[in-house]
Design a protein around this ligand. Structure first.
Ligand SMILES: NC(=O)c1ccc[n+]([C@@H]2O[C@H](COP(=O)([O-])OP(=O)(O)OC[C@H]3O[C@@H](n4cnc5c(N)ncnc54)[C@H](O)[C@@H]3O)[C@@H](O)[C@H]2O)c1
Length: 420
């Protein structure tokens, strides 16, 4: 481990690879670079300290540079023990950013680093999963008076924040970046869809065609995963608990069934629910030998791996990110320790997708600063016009032009007199 006053990273000599990767990411992050260009001129974040607990990837590196361009001082750690790209962490450390993160963090290091970020006394927190916000509320509530707002990146984080709001425990405003259309309908769908398939492939090199691929949860992420698996020739099966989502899955052409039935025929399982114990030990006991289990939901609690570990008669690491357990004489494979498979075994979402998500983060910080003191300590939505502006930035980056409403059309849409 390389340590300095403002960093703790795996290996500083990886920095040049990290810079190359960030340069490559920037090529596909035109929308965010537009925001960065404006931030460089206007400095909307001047004097603002921003603490981040985000996956330390090349795309996050580009976000960090954008926030710094806007005048912010940044301190960052990861938000998942297996998602840090060590080369990027090294490059950020070399650029003078406060960064504490490495791939394969222990639980102690994970929370020690979160506390280093908190010690930097952020005015704005950026979280992916709500661990930073939760730690501040539990153990450092005296800092809250100086916090302008927080920004939350993912569905699971929003679920936790809403639970805090319901309990009257949330003490500063949180912008639900995940709920931007340009986030959950883009990142969760196209991003998680592609990158989860990629993570499973990198871990196994499996042929998808002809396999029974079980997607657990048909929300924004599950829809993307199912569509991509189908595109690779898999027979997709969906499990759900929500009637409407189950109906959507059925109408989208997938087989929908109870988990107890899916476990008997599934070859590959991917959970993306944000919920707990979706695949239990009892489910695993009914599976075919050779079943492959992965999770792409935020926390590693969707697969009941702890119970599997207790009863498995043998265990071996077959190759990186692929473990084999012997259960009742059958082989059960767990990928990426049951953590986010796209980040554990892959590189996470493609840069282009993260560009729109991180426009949401950067513009939420700006919105928070502009409205400092005026926002309620609740989970709030970024105004729709900013979300719309992000979509426009991304279309421009892609070289796509669209039509605008004519005056006649606008008048028609705003009138009620004209009918049959
Ligand atoms: N891997 C990534 O990079 C990545 C990216 C974005 C979001 N996420 C995470 O993925 C998870 C899902 O996010 P989302 O935006 O799709 O959420 P969502 O709320 O849109 O969808 C979740 C779905 O899971 C279903 N579900 C809940 N319990 C279930 C159960 N017991 N069995 C079957 N289905 C069940 C819900 O009914 C819902 O339809 C969250 O944890 C989120 O934080 C991961």
């Amino acid at each position: 481990m390389d340590k300095g006053k403002t960093y703790e990273v795996k290996n500083l000599s990886l920095a040049s690879q990290g810079r190359n990767n960030m340069e490559l990411a920037e090529l596909n992050m035109g929308a965010l670079l537009e925001v960065k260009k404006r931030f460089e001129k206007e400095k909307p974040l001047k004097g603002v300290r921003i603490g981040l607990a985000l996956h330390v990837t090349k795309e996050t590196g580009v976000l960090v540079r954008t926030l710094i361009a806007g005048g912010a001082e940044v301190a960052i750690t990861g938000c998942n023990p297996l998602s840090t790209q060590d080369d990027v962490a090294a490059a950020l450390a070399e650029e003078g950013v406060k960064v504490w993160a490495y791939k394969g963090e222990t639980k102690e290091d994970y929370y020690r680093y979160i506390n280093y970020v908190i010690a930097a006394k952020p005015h704005i927190t950026i979280d992916d999963g709500c661990d930073l916000v939760s730690e501040i509320h539990k153990n450092h509530p005296h800092l809250i008076k100086d916090i302008i707002c927080g920004c939350e990146e993912t569905t699971t984080g929003i679920i936790r924040l809403k639970a805090m709001e319901k309990d009257d425990a949330l003490k500063y405003p949180m912008i639900a970046v995940n709920d931007n259309k340009t986030k959950h309908l883009v990142d969760n769908y196209y991003g998680t869809g592609q990158s989860s398939i990629d993570g499973i492939l990198r871990a196994t090199n499996l042929l998808y065609a002809g396999k029974n691929f079980v997607v657990c949860g048909y929300g924004s992420c599950g829809k993307g995963v199912a569509q991509r698996a189908k595109g690779m020739g898999a027979n997709v099966i969906v499990t759900e608990v929500d009637n409407f989502r189950a109906l959507q899955a059925a109408y989208d052409g997938y087989r929908v069934m109870k988990m107890n039935d899916a476990v008997k025929i599934g070859d590959v399982f991917c959970t993306v629910t944000g919920n707990k114990h979706i695949i239990t030990l009892e489910h695993m006991q009914k599976m075919k030998s050779g079943a492959i289990l992965a999770n792409s939901g935020h926390f590693d609690i969707e697969l009941q791996i702890s119970a599997l570990r207790e009863v498995a008669t043998a265990h071996k690491q077959v190759r990186p990110f692929m473990e084999e357990y012997i259960l009742d004489g059958k082989k059960i494979f767990i990928l990426g320790e049951g953590r986010l498979i796209n980040l554990a075994a892959g590189e996470g979402h493609p840069s282009e997708v993260m560009s729109t998500s991180f426009c949401g983060q950067a513009l939420s910080c700006e919105y928070g600063v502009r409205n400092a003191g005026k926002l309620e300590p609740k989970v709030i939505q970024l105004p729709e016009e900013i979300d719309n502006q992000i979509a426009a930035l991304q279309l421009t980056a892609m070289g796509i032009e669209i039509d605008s409403l004519t005056q006649e059309q606008e008048d028609y849409l705003n009138s009620w007199e004209e009918g049959t």
